[in-house]
Write a protein that binds this ligand. Structure first.
Ligand SMILES: [Zn+2]
Length: 188
């Protein structure tokens, strides 16, 4: 049975202690690691892998839309931002503030967070491929157990962030134990 968790489940991000003074998009190599489909901060990587495993047992394949939709460096975020936004005003288009200036979303482009402000820059966000149908139903029923939540719904059903910080969810700890992952061996 589903608990109260619903489609509009959005909670604020709690950062784990390793991310408290981290510079977004400039994370030290010790803070991030390769994970399923990309790179994530190690605390989010554990939760992501635990969730992918659990989904797989129910024939749901979770993966990022691309490696660039896991951790994004500042340079990657800036490149995407420059493709989608311009300084010259466009009437009726949404805007972002970046470096004290107002930027206008080009027509036909999907919105993107300003460089340094995306949770992808902290390595705790994943854009899940095919976040619809059965996959989305599974996510709606399960993300909370793994410490993830949405940021913007219904516009971005694919965009999940790890929100649990150091309060590692039971399901993630259980998965780590089952994998025999030695805790506290990661640096940074
Ligand atoms: Zn995203």
């Amino acid at each position: 049975m589903k608990d109260k968790l619903a489609w509009d489940y959005i909670v604020p991000v709690v950062l784990c202690k390793h991310l408290k003074n981290a510079r977004p998009g400039l994370l030290a190599p010790t803070k991030i690691r390769k994970t399923i489909g990309g790179v994530l901060h190690h605390c989010a990587a554990d939760a992501w892998e635990a969730m992918v495993d659990a989904a797989g047992k129910e024939q749901i394949v979770l993966k990022p839309t691309s490696a660039g939709d896991t951790y994004r460096t500042l340079a990657q975020q800036l490149a995407g931002f420059n493709q989608r936004y311009q300084l010259e005003p466009i009437e009726g288009q949404s805007t972002r503030t970046y470096e004290g200036k107002k930027w206008y979303l080009k027509k036909g482009m999907a919105p993107l967070a300003a460089p340094g402000t995306s949770k992808h820059n902290l390595g705790i966000a994943v854009d899940v491929a095919n976040a619809k149908g059965h996959t989305l139903e599974w996510l709606v029923a399960n993300v909370k157990n793994f410490g993830f939540s949405w940021e913007v719904v219904p516009e971005e059903p694919w965009h999940l962030r790890y929100v649990a910080g150091d309060n590692v969810p039971e399901a993630v700890n259980a998965w780590k134990e089952s994998k025999n992952v030695v805790p506290n061996q990661q640096q940074g």
